[in-house]
Design a protein around this ligand. Structure first.
Ligand SMILES: NC(=O)c1ccc[n+]([C@@H]2O[C@H](COP(=O)([O-])OP(=O)(O)OC[C@H]3O[C@@H](n4cnc5c(N)ncnc54)[C@H](OP(=O)(O)O)[C@@H]3O)[C@@H](O)[C@H]2O)c1
Length: 257
């Protein structure tokens, strides 16, 4: 029995890939991982953003950038091969890279729908599939590998004109359950995080007023922080979080109650 705080919550020495780790929620998770001894790979499309994030995250621990457009199958395969050439195992995969697209219903385009649905839902499935050899190499009966998929409170709450976004996230939550059921045999757990509002590039265009209104409607009276997001991600990847599987945990300060 090991129930001291370090045994329960230690993630030191693990290797993680955080997609979209060069901004917003992904950067919060990557920073919290690095600060606690995880070797973190971050992936994104734009090299300058990746370089800036590596400089910031690198101040807390080990961080390496991988440039890839993960909406493309060829890039998913390439990044999986690249990681396999660098690492014998992958302890943690955070499927965080995501997109939104807002347009009036009458004008909503197929390109907008596909951009959202492909990156938010299809990419987590195929990236997890292509990384299965590395994840299963990390997982054992005593120490499961972890997959975390980013959902959103928009999976269940309606509003706005980002028509593809909520349905893509509802799909992510069912994908989380489906994969959790299947991947246990490889000693991998699959869970989700469903954030309320954490300041990021994606929600910046909604404006300061909307952010403030959201904070005011939250029982905690504020938006999410790195402690909120990082703490939950570390918990899910630690010994303490092992028996949670197929669940998506809402972290929104109670905004959507
Ligand atoms: N922030 C929130 O309050 C909130 C709330 C609910 C859910 N979420 C979810 O959390 C996740 C992160 O959102 P965020 O708000 O942090 O967004 P963000 O600040 O816009 O960050 C998105 C990240 O994904 C990367 N990315 C975008 N398209 C990509 C592609 N095709 N291939 C590879 N990387 C790509 C971006 O880098 P490049 O642009 O350089 O590729 C960036 O690093 C998303 O899944 C989102 O739905 C966020």
């Amino acid at each position: 029995m090991q129930i001291d705080i370090d045994s329960l919550f230690n993630v030191r020495g693990k290797v993680a890939l955080v997609t979209g780790g060069s901004s917003g929620v992904g950067q919060l998770i990557a920073t919290a991982f690095a600060a606690n001894g995880v070797k973190v790979y971050i992936a994104g499309r734009k090299p300058d953003r990746l370089a800036a994030a590596v400089a910031e995250i690198g101040a807390h621990g080990e961080c390496i950038a991988l440039t890839a457009d993960l909406s493309k199958m060829s890039e998913i395969e390439r990044i999986a091969a690249d990681l396999a050439a660098r690492e014998p195992k992958l302890d943690i995969l955070v499927n965080n890279a995501g997109a939104s697209w807002s347009q009036d219903f009458e004008d909503y385009t197929e390109a907008g729908w596909d951009r959202v649905a492909d990156l938010n839902l299809k990419t987590p499935f195929f990236l997890t599939q292509k990384l299965l050899p590395l994840l299963s190499a990390a997982g054992s009966a005593d120490n499961f590998a972890r997959v975390i998929n980013l959902s959103s409170v928009a999976a269940t709450v309606t509003g706005g004109n980002g028509f593809a976004y909520g349905p893509s996230k509802a799909g992510v939550e069912q994908l989380t359950r489906v994969l959790a059921r299947d991947l246990g045999r490889h000693h991998i757990t699959v869970n989700g995080i469903s954030p309320g509002w954490f300041p990021s590039r994606m929600n910046a265009p909604l404006g300061e007023e909307a952010a403030q209104a959201w904070a005011e409607n939250t029982p905690l009276g504020r938006l999410g922080t790195i402690e909120d997001m990082g703490g939950l991600a570390i918990f899910l990847c630690s010994r303490a979080g092992t028996y949670i599987n197929g669940r998506t945990i809402i972290t929104d300060g109670g905004e959507t109650l």
